[in-house]
Design a protein around this ligand. Structure first.
Ligand code: CMP
Ligand code: CMP
Length: 341
């Protein structure tokens, strides 16, 4: 595993005596280590580990730091971190280059690192009943490898690079110390809200909490475009506060798209949008704009497909309602379902 070896460790207390060896893919903490084995490890978010755990720091050039910040700016599980937590995460990340056909993660393995994609294409394979199936692909952005670290489970999928690629890794110990602690806070913050979201009603409480673990909160100002009609889709949104206006370019008599946008509907607290393109595998059917200040909970397409299976029937049924809305507005029928058109 080719990551940088120029490692240093910083700590706020006497952690300089500690030693974190990240020259192997799994960091080994030699002192103050509570890790017995991967599966025995438990996390207690109420325990403040920050003063006893050493910090992992991989020094970076300004150029590397810039690339890292760019790769991490839309990573959803980093969205709720405070400034200090984010800077500890960025300090701990290390660069890893991969080649076509390289397996970054193998299903069934223990989890060592979490990865953020800087560039490259990566196929996702899930094996079930002895059959391996490609269930999706990361295309030059996103992240993977959080599940085994969050839930102490074996890797749930195999990730294979199909091009040359560049990744940023975050070791298991730092991931758990910072991201899990933050997730405990997120669960408390969003528990009541996600229970009230109609589309999530059919899920078990534990399934709703798994959604909270992987979502990120995004804030928008009045007039901000959240989704652009025609764009490739990679996220799903639930409105947490404020109002979102869905606008569509109207069709002219000759069937051409005009530049004039028509308001179709508004989404308020607890309502969702941005599912259609993910379900149909088509570009965004409409644009979405913030009306005054808006907060949304955002989920990436991989989590959407993995966690919202039980809600899919309701979402698909709602497409008929969208089509009726469009007939009422534009007079002509529109096929929103046909994939790839
Ligand atoms: P992890 O189980 O740690 O390692 C494999 C990763 O693949 C997993 O975390 C997720 O980040 C990612 N992944 C993407 N799609 C899926 C899927 N459908 N099922 C399981 N894991 C997935
Ligand atoms: P998507 O196509 O991903 O992005 C635009 C979103 O607008 C779409 O998903 C729906 O969630 C939402 N929307 C609301 N009403 C309609 C409608 N009548 N037709 C299409 N999209 C709609």
């Amino acid at each position: 595993m080719g990551h940088t070896s120029n490692l240093s460790v910083s700590g706020r207390t006497s952690a300089h005596d500690d030693f974190v060896d990240t020259s192997s893919s799994t960091p080994v903490i030699n002192r103050y280590s509570r890790r017995v084995s991967v599966c025995a490890e438990a996390f207690n978010p109420d325990e403040d580990e920050e003063d006893t755990e050493p910090r992992v720091v991989h020094p970076k050039t300004d150029e590397q730091r810039c690339r890292l910040q760019e790769a991490c700016k839309d990573i959803l599980i980093f969205k709720n971190l405070d400034q200090e937590q984010l800077s500890q995460v960025l300090d701990a990340m290390f660069e890893r280059r991969v080649e076509p056909q390289e397996h970054v993660i193998d299903q069934g393995d223990d989890g060592d690192n979490f990865y953020v994609i800087e560039r490259g294409l990566y196929d996702i394979f899930v094996a079930r009943d002895g059959q391996s199936r490609c269930v999706g692909r990361y295309d030059n952005h996103g992240s993977f490898g959080e599940l085994a670290l969050m839930y102490n489970t074996p890797r749930a999928a195999t990730i294979v690079a199909t091009t040359d690629g560049a990744l940023w890794g975050l070791d298991r110990v730092t991931f758990r110390r910072i991201i899990l602690k933050n997730n405990a806070k997120k669960r408390k913050m969003y528990e009541i809200f996600v229970e009230s979201v109609p589309i999530l009603k059919s899920l078990e409480p534990s399934e709703r909490m798994k959604i909270v673990d992987v979502i990120g909160e995004k804030n928008y100002k009045d007039g901000d475009r959240i989704i652009a009609q025609g764009d490739k889709a990679d996220c799903f949104y639930i409105v947490e506060s404020g109002e979102v206006k869905i606008m569509m370019k109207s069709k002219t008599k000759s069937g051409q798209e005009s530049n004039q946008e028509v308001e179709i509907t508004r989404c308020k607290r607890g309502q969702y949008f941005g599912e259609l393109a993910l379900v149909t595998n088509k570009p965004r059917a409409a644009s979405a704009y913030a009306v005054e200040d808006v907060k949304c909970l955002v989920m990436d397409v991989q989590a959407f497909e993995r966690l919202l299976g039980p809600c899919m029937d309701i979402m698909k049924r709602n497409i008929t309602h969208y089509e009726e809305q469009l007939v009422a507005l534009f007079g002509s029928s529109m096929d929103l379902r046909d994939p790839g058109k």
